[in-house]
Design a protein around this ligand. Structure first.
Ligand code: HMG
Ligand code: MG
Length: 298
């Protein structure tokens, strides 16, 4: 059976923008987050505190956070790979920090320059600091459905990282299809396996739409008991360390599907359609949201 309510985590300000070649002005990032807040998102992944040499687009995270108007009830999150990132997140007043690992050794090396085991050791002090500061802690597991460097990723590897992330005290764990290769049956299997070790209410699906499978994968994940999904307006995004990977599933498409299934999100689809068109015009490429473009043309 399907959930009656779904939590959408809007990741466009972070995952959506991080891979844009041209530097997006801080003021545009601030306006994007303000518009998303007004549309009613319960959780917005706003910035990353990572090395600006690795991801220059995210270098202005502190200024972005200082400039936004926070909506009470919205959780603002930041990616924090290490204590340096955590300290910046704490100073910026984040509500939630995200540690990000991978189920594939090869991707871990390319993305965060260390092995999976080393990453867990690095996350430990971040997790402790988050807990003692009273911040929410989330963990992302990249390459849960496949890896651009090693190909197939065993389900056991995903479950193993999920178990270790849970042991660090994570409130929520994101099963991420970084390169969008997963298909519905496999997604359902992975989600069923992960929810044997992590409560289903704490597991999220983070799907990139490279192969056009995201909506089907969300439906499959819901059938496996998942009710938290990440999405990005206009389908913006891509990871700098996953060549050819396109953006996250478009928020407009997800909201349209969920509305048709009578599943509540608390988010204003019309407002999101406007935001998708607005941000696409600002960064100079057409929205890749099918529902967004269709609704905007009506
Ligand atoms: P490193 O080079 O191994 O780390 O990078 P280091 O500790 O040796 O530091 C190197 C330099 O970076 C030093 O500066 C540090 O100060 C600086 P230098 O002395 O050379 O001038 N530095 C930092 N600066 C600011 N904030 C920080 C920070 N940490 C170090 N937090 C590191 C290791 C993890 C830092 C690096 O690999 C990195 O920043 N990687 C970024 C990875 C990233 O952001 N990837 C994209 C996001 S993940 C994603 O998109 C996937 C996801 O969407 C899920 C999915 O779809 O799969 C979440
Ligand atoms: Mg991603």
């Amino acid at each position: 059976s399907l959930p009656t309510k779904v939590k959408i985590v809007e990741v466009s300000p972070r995952d959506g923008l991080q891979n844009e070649k041209e530097f997006i002005p801080t003021s545009v990032k601030i306006e994007l987050i303000n518009r998303l807040s007004a549309a009613g998102f319960p959780n917005i992944e706003a910035v990353s505190f990572v090395s600006p040499k690795w991801v220059p687009q995210m270098a202005d995270g502190a200024d972005v956070m200082a400039g936004i108007q926070r909506r009470p009830g919205t959780i603002y999150s930041a990616l924090t790979p290490n204590l340096k990132g955590f300290d910046a997140a704490l100073a910026a007043g984040m509500d939630e920090v995200v540690i990000f690992g991978a189920a594939s050794e090869a991707f871990s090396q390319k993305n965060i320059n260390c092995s999976i085991a080393e990453s867990i050791a690095r996350f430990e002090p971040v997790a402790q600091a988050a807990k003692s500061a009273g911040l929410r802690l989330r963990a992302s597991i990249s390459c849960s459905l496949g890896c651009p460097y090693q190909g197939e990723v065993p389900i056991g590897a995903v479950v193993d990282v999920a178990r270790r992330m849970l042991a660090l005290g994570c409130d929520e764990i994101d099963v991420a299809d970084t390169i969008g290769v997963g298909t519905a049956a496999r997604v359902e299997q992975v989600m069923r396996a992960v929810t044997e070790v992590v409560e289903p209410s704490r597991v999220a699906g983070h799907f990139h739409d490279t192969y056009g499978q995201s909506l089907a994968n969300i439906l499959a994940a819901m059938q496996a008991g998942i009710s938290i999904f990440h999405a990005s307006v206009a389908g913006l995004g891509g990871c700098p360390y996953a060549k050819g990977a396109t953006g996250n599933v478009a928020t407009e498409d997800v909201l349209y599907m969920l509305r048709g299934l009578d599943i509540d999100t608390g988010i204003d689809l019309d407002a999101v359609v406007d935001i998708g068109q607005w941000i696409s015009s600002h960064i100079g490429h057409k929205s890749s949201s099918r529902a967004g473009n269709a609704l905007a043309a009506r």
